[in-house]
Design a binder for this molecule. Structure first.
Ligand code: ZN
Length: 809
C-alpha cells in the first residue's frame, strides 16, 4: 500500500522575504529590535489564520507574532494528491511553515488531531481530550508570554465547525489557566504563570455572516511596507496561496483594509491592540541600561549604510554587550539572538552544512561538508569550533572555507507526533515537544564563530544539496531511516473465513553493506502466515521480494499481523514531495490488518475517471477488480462499453475542464446498459443537466459522525439486496464520517434507499441517489467511500460493489 511517489522535486522556489541578507531585511530586523511585544493568533486549522493581520503585526508593528493551529488539518480533503489523514497533516504542516516564511509569523501546533468535520464543540472535545489540549495551549502561552491573544472564531455556533468553536473556548480557558499557578503546576518547573493583557476575537464578514460592527475595535492594516516592497494584503495573498492542498490560491488585496476586534476578556482596548501594554524596552524596568540600549539602537538606525552594513557591526557588538548585562529575562534572550542574527547578516556570513546524499541509516556516519564564507570586507571572523571541536581559524574575505565533520545517525527522522500510535482525536506527544511544528532534534551542526570578537553560536540543520538540471541548486532535509524498511502492495486484507491471499512484501536494505536478516511473524491465533523463506540475504542498497500467504482461520472481524525483522518491528517508508514544500519522509507502521468480509460480485473491469484524487482505484484492485484510468478525451460510449461500470472520482465535476463533453457520453453509456457511479462534488453552480440524467441539487449538508445511525428507507431496493445483502452491520466501523455535500431536491426518478442523521439532527436522505436510465443505472453518492475503501471497511466494500453491479430485473 505504501508506494513511493516520485514527483519532481524542487525546494523553496517560492517567494520569500525571510532569511534574506539584503540590506532592507537587515534594516527591518534592526527596527524590530525596539519592540518588545508578542501576539498569539489562535484557531483550529491550517487556513484559519488571518495572514494579512499576521504579516502586519510582524512587519509593521514588529511584534513577535505566533499562529497556534490546534490541528495540522489532517481531516480535510486534498486537492493536489491522494494523501489523506496523517499524510495530509504532514503536507499542511509544511504549507503553514511556508506561509509563515512569507508573512514572518511563527508557527505552532497542539497534538489535537483533525478527525474531520464536527458539528459541535462537545464532540470535538471528546475526541481531543479537552484537558490535554488545554494543557498544551497553556504551556505555549507560558512559553511565549503573549501580550495579546487573538481568536479567529467565537465560542458558539457562529464559529460554524465544532473545531472552530472549541478553539475559541480553549483560547479563553487557556488565557485564564496560564495565569493560575494551580493549573498544570508541573509546567512551572521550567515556566512561569503568564497573564496576557487581553483576549480579542478578530471578527470577519464572510460566508454570508457578518460579525463585524462599528462598536468593535477597528484597525487599519492596508499599509505598504517600502522595505519589503509589498503591502500587507499582497504578502497575505502570497502566504495564503501556500495552502495549496486546499486550493486556496488568493488574489492580492491592495489599498485600505480594516480589521475588527471584539473584546473577550482581560483589559478592554479602545485605540489599539496594545492599549496599556508597554512594548518598548521600558517594560524591563532597568531604566539605566534600557535607556542606553534605546540610544544604541537609535544610533545604529541612523548610521546604517545600505551599501556597507558591515560598518554597523562594531555598534551591534556594543549593543549586544549592553543587552547581555540586563537581568535574565525572556526578552533578554530573544534580543540577544536577534542581534547575533543581524551581525551575521551584516557580515554577509553564510553557513551551510551539506551532505552528498539524502538518506542515511541508523548507526551510519553522516559525513558533512561545512562551508563558511564572509562576503563583506574588513571583518575579523574566526571559526572557533565545529561541534565543540576546536578549529580557531580566521576566515578569509570572500572565499569559501570548508571543514568536514561527521556524526553518527542516531534516531530515525520520524516526525515526533508520529512516534507513537495516535488515538482518533489526538497524537501522543511529550511536554518538551508541546507547540513545536517539527522535530527540534533534526541532525545539525553547531558552529561557534567570533565576529569582531563577539562569540556567536549557530546551529545549522544538515541538508542534502544537489543540482537539478532544470531548477538549479536544491537543498532538502536529510532523512535517517531504519536499516530495513518494507513495502506491501496492500496492508489491509479482506478475507472470508478460510480464505487465502498472497501478498508481496518488498524489503529494502538501506545500508551500504549486504545484510543477513531473519523475518518472523508474531504469533496469531486467527491467521496463518507462510513465508517463502524467513532467512534473508539482501545486498547493499538492495531489495528482496517475499511472498506471504495469509490464511484466515476463523470469522473474527479483525486480526493484526505484525512482521518482525531481526526481532524488531518492520516499518514502511513514505516520501511525499511537492514543489511548494520541502520533501517529507516518514515511517508508517507496517502491520497487516486482516478483516473479515463475505463479498460477492461479478465485476471484472471498471473504468475510472479521476477527480481531485482518491484511492478508489487501488482499493478496487485490492478486491481483484481491474481498474483502467481513462482520460476525459477517452470517454466515448464505444470505449466504455467493455467495462462493467464507470466510477467517477471525488470532485471530478469540480476539477474537470470538459464535463460538458463527456457527461453526455456517460449518460449514453448508461442508456445502453452501463452502470455509472459518481462520487461527491462540491456545489459550484454546475448546470443540473450535467449532474446526472435527472435533476438534483448539491448542498453543504453532511453527516459527520462515523457511527451515525443508518435508516433503510427502501430495505428491498436491489442495491441493498444484491449481490450482498446489506444490513446495519455493514455500517459498523466506518471512519471519520458517513458522507459530505449531500444531494437534495432530487427528481422522483431517483431512489433514495438510505438516510443518516447526526445526533440531534434531522435524518438526511441525500447520501445515495440511484436511478434506472435506459438499460442501465446511474448512481450519485455522497457517502465517503473515498475514506472507507482505503481504510478497508468491509461493509463499505459490500455496498460499493452492489452499487456497481447490474440490477437483476
Ligand atoms: Zn478551519
Amino acid at each position: 500500500m505504501y508506494k513511493i511517489i516520485a514527483f519532481i522535486y524542487l525546494l523553496f522556489p517560492y517567494f520569500s522575504i525571510a532569511q534574506s541578507n539584503n540590506s532592507a531585511s537587515i534594516k527591518l530586523a534592526i527596527d524590530k529590535l525596539n519592540t518588545l511585544g508578542t501576539v498569539l493568533y489562535f484557531a483550529a486549522h491550517p487556513d484559519d489564520e488571518n495572514t494579512r493581520l499576521i504579516a502586519w503585526l510582524a512587519n509593521e508593528k514588529h511584534y513577535k507574532t505566533g499562529y497556534l493551529s490546534l490541528t495540522r488539518g489532517d481531516g480535510g480533503q486534498n486537492l493536489i494528491g491522494t494523501e489523506i489523514g496523517i499524510e495530509l497533516g504532514l503536507i499542511r504542516t509544511q504549507e503553514l511553515l511556508a506561509a509563515r516564511n512569507i508573512d514572518q509569523g511563527e508557527q505552532y501546533f497542539t497534538s489535537a488531531y483533525d478527525f474531520g468535520f464536527s458539528k459541535t464543540h462537545e464532540e470535538t472535545f471528546n475526541f481531543w481530550k479537552k484537558e490535554e489540549t488545554l494543557k498544551e495551549a497553556v504551556y505555549l502561552i507560558r512559553k511565549l508570554q503573549p501580550d495579546v491573544i487573538i481568536t479567529r472564531f467565537p465560542p458558539d455556533t457562529r464559529g460554524g465547525h465544532g473545531h472552530h468553536q472549541a478553539s475559541a473556548m480553549l483560547a479563553h480557558e487557556a488565557f485564564d489557566a496560564a495565569a493560575d499557578p494551580n493549573k498544570f503546576p508541573e509546567q512551572l518547573k521550567l515556566l512561569k504563570p503568564w497573564k496576557a493583557k487581553r483576549l480579542v476575537w478578530n471578527t470577519a464578514n464572510f460566508g454570508g455572516m457578518n460579525n463585524t460592527n462599528d462598536n468593535q475595535l477597528k484597525i487599519e492594516i492596508g499599509d505598504y511596507n517600502p522595505l519589503l516592497g509589498y503591502s500587507y494584503g499582497e504578502i497575505a495573498a502570497k502566504s495564503r496561496s501556500q495552502h495549496k492542498s486546499q486550493g486556496f490560491g488568493a488574489a492580492s488585496n491592495r489599498g485600505k483594509s480594516t480589521e475588527y476586534f471584539e473584546h473577550v476578556t482581560g483589559t478592554k482596548a479602545t485605540e489599539s491592540l496594545f492599549d496599556g501594554i508597554n512594548s518598548s524596552w521600558d517594560r524591563l524596568n532597568e531604566p539605566q541600561l534600557t535607556n542606553k540600549i534605546k540610544q544604541q539602537i537609535e544610533a545604529i538606525q541612523e548610521t546604517f549604510r545600505v551599501q556597507h552594513p558591515e560598518q554597523s557591526i562594531a555598534q551591534l557588538n556594543e549593543l549586544h554587550a549592553s543587552i547581555n548585562s540586563l537581568k535574565p529575562s525572556l526578552w533578554k534572550d530573544r534580543k540577544l539572538r536577534a542581534v547575533e542574527t543581524i551581525i551575521l547578516q551584516c557580515a554577509g556570513i553564510l553557513l551551510e552544512s551539506v551532505t552528498a546524499k539524502p538518506n542515511f541509516q541508523v548507526q551510519e556516519s553522516i559525513n558533512v561538508s561545512n562551508e563558511i564564507i564572509v562576503r563583506n570586507p574588513e571583518i575579523k571572523v574566526i571559526l572557533l569550533a565545529i561541534n565543540d571541536k576546536a578549529i580557531n581559524e580566521t576566515i578569509p574575505f570572500n572565499e569559501t572555507s570548508k571543514f568536514n565533520s561527521s556524526l553518527e545517525a542516531r534516531a530515525w527522522t520520524q516526525p515526533y507526533w508520529l512516534e507513537k500510535p495516535n488515538s482518533l482525536g489526538k497524537f501522543d506527544v511529550q511536554e518538551q515537544d508541546f507547540g513545536n511544528p517539527e522535530n527540534v532534534n533534526t541532525p545539525s551542526v553547531e558552529f561557534k564563530i567570533s565576529v569582531q570578537g563577539l562569540p556567536i553560536t549557530v546551529n545549522k540543520e544538515i541538508q542534502y544539496r544537489y543540482v537539478d538540471p532544470v531548477d538549479g541548486e536544491i537543498l532538502q532535509p536529510i532523512s535517517i531511516t531504519p536499516i530495513f524498511t518494507a513495502e506491501l502492495e496492500n496492508n489491509n486484507v479482506l478475507l472470508a473465513a478460510n480464505g487465502k491471499k498472497e501478498l508481496t512484501l518488498k524489503i529494502k536494505n538501506h545500508s551500504s553493506i549486504a545484510q543477513k536478516a531473519t523475518l518472523t511473524i508474531m504469533d496469531n491465533a486467527d491467521v496463518k502466515v507462510r513465508l517463502d523463506n524467513p532467512n534473508l540475504e539482501i545486498p547493499a542498497f538492495g531489495e528482496l521480494n517475499q511472498t506471504l500467504t495469509i490464511e484466515k482461520l476463523n470469522d473474527k472481524d479483525l486480526s493484526n499481523i505484525q512482521l518482525l525483522i531481526n526481532n524488531q518491528k518492520l516499518t514502511g517508508i513514505r516520501e511525499i514531495a511537492y514543489p511548494h514544500i520541502p520533501k517529507i519522509t516518514w515511517f508508517p507502521p507496517l502491520a497487516i490488518q486482516v478483516k473479515n468480509i463475505e463479498l460477492n460480485h461479478a465485476i471484472k473491469r471498471v473504468a475510472y475517471i479521476s477527480g481531485a484524487g482518491d484511492l478508489i482505484p487501488q482499493s478496487l484492485e485490492n478486491i481483484g477488480i481491474q481498474v483502467d484510468q481513462l482520460k476525459e478525451s477517452q470517454l466515448s460510449v464505444n470505449n466504455l462499453i467493455p467495462y462493467d461500470a464507470v466510477v467517477v472520482g471525488v470532485r471530478a465535476y469540480n476539477v474537470s475542464k470538459n464535463l460538458k463533453s463527456w457527461m453526455p457520453q456517460l449518460l449514453a453509456y448508461t442508456k445502453k446498459g452501463g452502470t455509472v457511479l459518481v462520487q461527491y462534488n462540491v456545489n459550484t453552480r454546475i448546470p443540473s443537466e450535467l449532474l446526472g440524467p435527472y435533476p438534483f441539487e448539491l448542498t453543504r449538508s453532511r453527516v459527520t459522525e462515523e457511527d451515525a445511525k443508518v435508516v433503510f428507507n427502501l430495505p428491498n431496493d436491489p442495491s441493498m439486496q444484491y449481490p450482498n445483502k446489506i444490513t446495519a452491520k455493514d455500517f459498523d466501523n466506518w471512519v471519520q464520517e458517513r458522507g459530505l455535500y449531500f444531494a437534495d431536491n432530487a427528481d422522483s426518478n431517483y431512489r433514495k434507499p438510505l438516510s443518516f442523521a447526526d445526533k440531534n439532527e434531522q435524518a438526511h436522505d441525500g447520501s445515495l441517489l440511484i436511478a434506472s436510465y435506459g438499460q442501465g443505472k446511474f448512481v450519485y453518492t455522497s457517502l465517503s467511500f473515498f475514506r472507507q475503501l482505503p481504510a478497508a471497511v468491509p461493509g463499505a466494500y459490500r455496498l460499493f460493489v452492489n452499487l456497481l453491479s447490474k440490477e437483476v430485473k
